[in-house]
Design a protein around this ligand. Structure first.
Ligand code: ZN
Ligand code: ZN
Length: 460
């Protein structure tokens, strides 16, 4: 394996994103006969150097502004005619055989809307379900654009693309439907972890990927390293999250409020279980009810339409009557399982309620006393300077209603111990750290680590 070459007649990888950064995966695999992308994500710092608040490129201008600042790579035969119409890059028919998506997070799919509609997408059934549900619920936030060839896979499928054989294998992450890939190329096997962890209830999925990858004896492993840092590891499992949440509920003298990522179904289960085992009903909003309904093929998920331990919160409508005519056809199926501010105000100790930052207005009606609020998202929001204003507003709401803040969270990414475990088991000839800010740290656990930066091409 050689590094930093230009694409050759052999097999190569080009890193248009995901190198030297957490997220933004956009990795081109080229062989003598095929070209496929592994993920097509948006970097977390995308556009940050040129755009700010209301200073934003117009969607109608397509890629024009992005090419101006070099923040989307100017690659021919990749983007749609509409995206290229005001740019210097002429439209040509695409020559990409496939884009494989590891999971639905924005840093893995965020730039799909730029792609030519005829490039085939390959994604897991769960990924597609969540993308569709999020698009229905938040159309301006989640929109992958139009695609004429969407191919769905499940774990263990074998997909042939010319001289490539791609096998998606599920992994555990902070969302269902996450995959790694084992890819046979003319130059040997390439394994790609996607985003993964093994400290939650679905650990066996990741372990299945690890053993399949190990058995394939890969020449190269592309391994995510979100939590690879020089600092000591802070190990925290999903089981510990559940225990801690249960402890907070047990001590609470009022309503327990909580916030976590909606698609984090392991986290939903931790809160739902902690609430029901404490004799409380778990409350979600109508959007969350819709998402759960779409995910009903997952095992052991309660039905938001009928489950007795789950209630669906309906906001006060304009008529203030809570009658069907005031709600959309998407919300109405949950009316039989409805709860309102009145019941929660009257019996706060009967409930644990999911409430996002944007829904805090409901507290004006619920008027909680002695409530607790469990923040169960990445701590970077509570501690980062970028969010200081939002944090100030949250603090003001909590202070106003005398609510106690608790932080309980565990990551969707493997810590150092599990990264080391995975890499030693898989034992690739060459290790290429991706999705990390500390690739050099991997040299402590493998003796052939290739450090890449954005734009590099390496030959297999
Ligand atoms: Zn990611
Ligand atoms: Zn992810």
């Amino acid at each position: 394996m050689t590094s930093k070459t230009t694409p050759s007649s052999g097999t190569s990888l080009t890193f248009y994103g995901g190198a030297g950064e957490i997220g933004g995966n956009k990795i081109l695999l080229q062989t003598p006969r095929s070209q496929v992308y592994l993920d097509f994500g948006e970097s977390f710092d995308f556009g940050e150097d040129y755009f700010y608040e209301w200073l934003q490129p117009r969607a109608a201008n397509g890629l024009e502004c992005y090419f101006e600042f070099g923040i989307v790579p100017m690659v021919p035969k990749l983007y749609s005619r509409a995206q290229l119409q005001f740019t210097d890059l002429p439209y040509e028919k695409p020559d990409i055989d496939a884009v494989f998506l590891s999971h639905h997070h924005c840093d893995h799919i965020g730039h799909l809307s730029f792609l030519d509609e005829d490039i085939p997408l390959y994604l897991g059934h769960g990924t597609k379900t969540i993308i569709d549900a999020y698009h229905t619920l938040f159309p301006s936030l989640v929109n992958i654009g139009d695609h004429n060839a969407i191919n769905l896979f499940k774990s263990g499928d074998t997909i042939r693309i010319k001289d490539l054989t791609v096998r998606p294998i599920h992994v555990e992450h902070s969302t269902p439907g996450a995959y790694g890939f084992i890819i046979e190329t003319p130059s040997g096997v390439l394994a790609f972890t996607g985003d993964f962890r093994r400290h939650g209830p679905m650990k066996r999925l990741t372990d299945e990927f690890i053993s399949e990858a190990a058995a394939s004896k890969p020449r190269v492993l592309l391994c995510e390293g979100t939590r690879m840092t020089p600092d000591p590891e802070n190990y925290y499992s999903e089981e510990q999250v559940y225990e801690k949440v249960k402890g907070i509920i047990a001590k609470s003298e009022g309503l327990v409020l909580c916030e976590f990522s909606m698609c984090n179904i392991d986290r939903f289960n931790s809160f739902y279980k902690a609430a029901t085992e404490s004799g409380r009903t778990f409350v979600i909003d109508t959007k969350y009810a819709y998402l759960l309904d779409q995910l009903r093929t997952l095992p052991n998920l309660p039905s938001p339409q009928t489950d007795k331990n789950l209630k669906v919160y309906f906001r006060l409508s304009k008529s203030r009557e809570f009658s069907a005519k005031d709600y959309s056809s998407r919300d109405r199926p949950y009316m039989d399982n409805m709860v309102t501010f009145r019941e929660i105000h009257d019996r706060p100790r009967d409930y644990v309620m999911f409430i996002g930052f944007n829904k805090l207005m409901e507290l004006v009606y619920i008027r909680p006393q002695k409530a607790d609020y469990i923040y169960s998202l990445s701590e970077s929001f509570l501690e980062g300077e970028d969010n200081a204003d939002q944090r100030r507003v949250l603090d003001n709401w909590l202070t106003h209603f005398g609510i106690t803040l608790h932080k309980v969270h565990c990551s969707g990414h493997a810590g150092k111990t599990d990264l080391e475990y995975a890499i030693q088991k898989i034992s690739p000839d060459t290790l290429v750290p991706i999705h990390t800010q500390n690739p050099r740290e991997f040299k402590k656990i493998h003796d052939n680590v290739m450090i890449i930066k954005r734009g590099d091409t390496i030959s297999l």
